[in-house]
Design a protein around this ligand. Structure first.
Ligand code: PMP
Length: 284
């Protein structure tokens, strides 16, 4: 198994970065996770655009061109024999003696690993999964895909300990922002498909963007607005979207079953459409 580290493919077991990497000390870096379907990257352009945005918001210089990055990621997947799975790409500001101020002449550090897709349990898709709600304790720039993921780790751990798949975070006003590693969606009793607008309060998921387009094309009534914990509990349907779980039905939030406790029609339709979107990329 191979990893990519600053211009080289190295054995996974001996892939290392310097102890004074600012990613390690300050979480001063960004990342992307891009799905592979049938050996093809899923919506790579959108991921590269978001990567560019994350880097420029943190004023980290872009270390290589889209073409070079694509070449590296593709090579990494091929060397590891991975056709269905994902690649993780991380770029940090660089290595320098520990000091909060940006180092002069920092050289961004680029690492990437590929991994095979973890099969999603058929029961999760058919029956849906549980989410809990937790306070959103993250910073005010959740739109940047930074490697500062401690709140996400704490939230996901809390979910697991509660027997749940995901934790939906809520802001000070009691409105859901998003999952720890996914965007949150509901269908209201009136049949509106709702997700929170892409402000600084959430990461604008690539899956989210694609599902919005699929929903519009399918003629579903789509509304971008914040929704409360109370509305989530009273929703007819709920689901999450992300690069690794695609469209995942949520059939219980905290102790409340959602709708009739089974994945609803909007959720099933959007999941099927998203899977078709991936299949089309895989077959192209
Ligand atoms: N929100 C957060 C906080 C995330 O970490 C992720 C996945 N990294 C998402 C949403 C989903 O984004 P995407 O669809 O691009 O995977």
């Amino acid at each position: 198994r191979f990893a990519y580290v600053n211009g080289r493919f190295v054995r996974y077991g001996s892939a290392t970065v310097h102890i004074e990497d600012r990613g390690y000390q300050f979480a001063d870096g960004v990342y992307e996770v891009i799905a592979l379907a049938g050996g093809k990257f899923v919506d790579l352009d959108l991921h590269l655009q978001r990567l560019d945005r994350s880097l420029s918001e943190l004023r980290i210089e872009r270390p290589m061109s889209d073409r070079a990055l694509t070449f590296v990621l593709d090579n990494l997947a091929k060397r590891n024999g991975i056709r269905n799975g994902s690649v993780y790409l991380q770029i940090t500001r660089g290595v320098a003696p520990r000091d909060f101020v940006f180092p002069r002449d920092a050289v961004p550090q680029v690492v990437a690993v590929a991994r095979r897709a973890k099969p999603i349990a058929q029961t999760a898709i058919e029956d849906g999964v549980k989410a809990i709600t937790i306070p959103d304790i993250r910073w005010a720039r959740c739109d940047i895909k930074s490697v500062a993921l401690l709140p996400a780790a704490l939230g996901k751990q809390a979910a697991r300990e509660a027997g749940a798949y995901e934790a939906w975070q809520y802001d000070r006003d009691g409105f859901i922002t998003e999952g720890t590693s996914s965007n949150a969606w509901i269908v209201t009793p009136d049949g509106d498909l709702v997700t929170r607008p892409a402000t600084n309060a959430i990461l604008n998921g690539i899956t989210r963007l694609v599902v919005i387009e699929l929903a519009k094309a399918a003629g579903l009534r789509f509304v971008e607005r914040p929704f409360s914990i109370k509305e989530a509990h009273a929703a007819r349907e709920a689901f999450v979207t992300s690069t690794t779980s695609f469209v995942m039905p949520i059939t219980q939030i905290d102790e409340t079953p959602i709708g009739n406790g089974k994945p609803g029609s909007f959720t099933r339709e959007l999941r099927e459409k998203y899977m078709a979107h991936m299949a089309e990329i895989a077959g192209a």
